[in-house]
Design a protein around this ligand. Structure first.
Ligand SMILES: [Zn+2]
Length: 162
């Protein structure tokens, strides 16, 4: 099962829509956003597929609006971090700005830990957990998202046109 991973949209709606189009064309069957969406419009845009997201530090002032958008769009909000189970795999998601959130998600022993926040793409293995940051859609030299086959672990970073 192919999952599209996005992070750090920072209200860049058109670029986020281009990223979603790219992920859909590449076979994504669900989308996970690792935080800093910044506006409810991003929740709505991502809800063209089954959609899961966490809050980032730049979402703190928008929490009620993001929750309302999730309810209206049928999206799943994991608040400040949580686990999504897809195709038998446990996918931990947290924005990554707070160690306490990361520790809480890691304590649930996920197969993957997806984060954002740094605006750099990452694919690493730490303490037996595959850590993936798709990169950002704002304030980065190249804008990237990631496509993960959660069963095989195959990962691709996709460049989003500026
Ligand atoms: Zn950010």
């Amino acid at each position: 099962m192919q999952v599209g991973i996005l992070a750090d949209s920072h209200d860049q709606l058109e670029r986020t829509q281009r990223a979603i189009g790219l992920l859909q064309a590449s076979g994504a069957q669900a989308l996970i956003h690792c935080g800093d969406l910044a506006t409810p419009e991003i929740v709505k845009a991502c809800s063209v597929l089954p959609f899961y997201f966490v809050f980032g530090n730049h979402d703190a002032d928008s929490v009620p609006y993001l929750l309302q958008a999730a309810e209206e769009s049928g999206a799943t909000c994991l608040k400040w971090g949580g686990i999504v189970e897809l195709a038998g795999k446990r996918i931990g998601v947290a924005h990554g700005h707070l160690t306490s959130d990361l520790k809480r998600v890691l304590s649930a022993t996920p197969d993957y830990l997806l984060t954002g926040h740094s605006h750099f793409s990452v694919d690493s293995l730490e303490d037996g957990v595959r850590r993936i940051n798709p990169g950002a859609l704002y304030r980065a030299s190249i804008f990237t998202v990631a496509l993960l086959d959660v069963v095989t672990g195959q990962l691709q970073f996709l460049t989003v046109p500026r």
